[in-house]
Design a protein around this ligand. Structure first.
Ligand code: HEC
Ligand code: HEC
Ligand code: HEC
Length: 459
């Protein structure tokens, strides 16, 4: 009878739209968050706040209430927590103590939700006054987030006001070896990397076309069509992983992909090494820079070394961030303000405005149902790599650098222009309707992200 009553109350609450997790009794203490923070006084301050106010719904280390043992109730609570955790897992992604890496996107999300007052949820606070953050706690959290960005992500020597922001100017270079870069550039443009000598990396990643092919899906050897839109090679070196699903950890690993892909270059390393090995002049130049000679490892290294030079600093937005107020016009500045206020920065964070996390496509509405085309393997995204259910439909968040030059957009190439991509994001990633004019101003802001390659604006 008592059990029934508890279930009835829980059911009513769920019906009223109050998450069951609202009823969690007490807050977790002594979790891995505060254990790790023990060595780090700065992190300890915020870890205690996060543990008290957020961890109940954003961690596996939730303290379950007594009634969780009742069949049904525990299930409902766990479901609620699973929703929260799918959005942000604080113990996994923000465990800053003990030198563990923190996710730049988790910082951006936390900053945005706390600043905008959307977290902890109001219904939860109604039952848990103690979960409210005091102004001092909020300030400490914001200061720790900025400080973590300076220490962990920004290049050395960048002014702290710039380095501590949710986005920051793009660095101008990464250290490379010029002789190896030159070889990598030749290989990047070398069609002998494909089985029938018709396709090079540049075919699909044309540096005169924003580092892409501007097709919905790329064409490989014998005009074969691939399953997914080609991302840009510009600034790819600064991403946390390569490919939409992150299946390559490094540029070197990535460069092993296309030559072997039957739809792209349809070759293999023995064949490529055979062809290049017959080119005496090339072999000589190559062994001067790589004494160990031609191999899959040295070829992919050279290509990656070249890609590390494909950075595009000095966009109008970078100059604006660095203090040149007139680098953006009034509409672009308003667009940047909307972009930040709406929370686009939650995922498009850091110096690339992206490239740092995987996010579910269609978080707030069923994108794939509305798209009207059957779901493909490529749509499954990160799930293809991990086979982990919450990773289904997660794609790597693309960089927004040079975005005006790389249409069509999205992994499935369905957005033909920026206005369409921005509308898609508002509806499916944020669940908001933009005000008239807002989307257009965001597009104008995105146009300010076109940087320079070899001293000229990327086109
Ligand atoms: C009662 C459970 C609960 C508590 C407590 C809670 N959250 Fe959440 N949080 C959720 C749920 C559920 C979602 C996903 C749905 C939504 O946006 O409402 C979410 C979403 C989020 C998101 C993703 C927002 C987005 O739109 O991507 C962030 C970031 C977040 N929470 C941070 C926090 C922080 C920081 C705290 C503590 C200050 C906190 N939450 C406390 C339940 C909670
Ligand atoms: C036939 C067209 C084609 C060719 C040729 C090709 N690529 Fe790609 N490239 C793609 C597509 C499509 C993707 C996305 C595939 C995916 O994510 O599953 C991609 C992804 C990448 C990425 C990852 C970018 C990111 O944001 O994740 C890099 C880097 C890259 N290619 C470099 C190269 C290099 C180097 C070569 C030559 C060795 C090459 N590509 C050859 C089409 C091509
Ligand atoms: C929850 C994370 C998240 C938020 C919030 C978000 N995005 Fe995205 N964004 C993504 C992901 C993931 C993709 C790739 C989607 C796909 O390929 O289907 C993407 C793709 C894009 C693209 C296309 C990039 C390309 O190269 O194809 C643009 C433009 C974009 N977002 C702009 C925005 C704007 C503007 C906002 C705010 C209105 C926003 N995003 C909010 C995650 C997010």
């Amino acid at each position: 009878m008592k059990k029934l009553l508890v279930l009835l109350v829980l059911g009513l609450l769920a019906f009223a739209g109050l998450g069951i997790a609202n009823l969690l009794i007490g807050t977790p203490t002594g979790t891995s968050l505060t254990r790790n923070a023990a060595q780090d006084p700065e992190f300890l301050k915020v870890a205690l706040t996060l543990e008290r106010a957020c961890l109940n719904c954003h961690s596996a280390e939730t303290r379950m209430p007594f009634y969780a043992a009742i069949p049904g109730a525990g299930h409902l609570i766990r479901h609620d927590i699973a929703v929260g955790r799918a959005y942000l897992d604080i113990t996994a992604d923000m465990n800053g103590g003990g030198g563990a890496p923190v996710s730049e996107v988790a910082l951006a999300k936390t900053e945005w939700t706390v600043r905008e007052g959307t977290m902890p949820p109001l219904q939860y606070v109604a039952l848990h006054w103690d979960a409210l953050l005091s102004a001092a706690e909020e300030d400490a959290l914001m200061a720790w987030i900025a400080d973590t960005r300076v220490r962990q992500f920004a290049p050395e020597g960048m002014a702290p006001e710039l380095a501590g922001g949710v986005v920051r100017p793009l660095r101008a270079s990464i250290p490379t070896d010029p002789a190896r870069v030159a070889l990598g550039e030749r290989l990047y443009n070398d069609r002998r990397l494909s089985g029938d000598d018709t396709v090079s990396c540049a075919t699909c990643h044309d540096l005169a076309k924003g580092g892409v092919d501007r097709l919905r899906f790329s064409k490989g050897v014998r005009d074969q069509i691939g399953p997914i839109n080609a991302p840009t090679v510009f600034n790819a070196a600064l991403q946390f992983a390569q490919f939409w699903d992150g299946r390559a950890a490094t540029l070197e690993d990535q460069a092993d992909g296309p030559p072997n892909n039957p739809l792209e270059m349809d070759s293999n390393w023995p064949q490529i090494l055979g062809k290049l090995g017959q080119d005496q002049a090339f072999v000589e130049a190559f062994t001067a820079a790589y004494p160990e000679g031609l191999s899959k490892a040295t070829i992919t290294h050279a290509i990656a070394e070249f890609e590390r030079t494909l950075l595009t600093p000095n966009a109008p937005f970078d100059r604006f961030l660095a203090g040149q107020a007139d680098a953006l016009d009034a509409d672009q500045q308003a667009g940047w303000a909307h972009f930040a206020k709406r929370g686009c920065t939650m995922c498009h964070a850091g110096e690339l405005l992206g490239g740092r996390s995987y996010e579910a496509v269609g978080r707030k509405a069923d994108y794939f149902k509305d798209r009207g085309e059957p779901v493909t393997d490529a749509d499954l995204g990160r799930f293809n790599v991990t086979k982990h259910e919450p990773d289904r439909f997660r794609q790597k968040v693309p960089t927004l650098r040079n975005i005006a030059q790389t249409a069509p957009y999205l992994h499935d190439g369905t957005a033909n222009d920026l206005a369409a991509a921005v509308d898609m994001m508002a509806k499916y990633e944020l669940g908001v309707t933009l005000q008239p004019g807002e989307g257009a101003r965001i597009v104008r802001f995105l146009e300010s992200l076109t940087g320079e390659y070899l001293g000229k604006a990327v086109q």
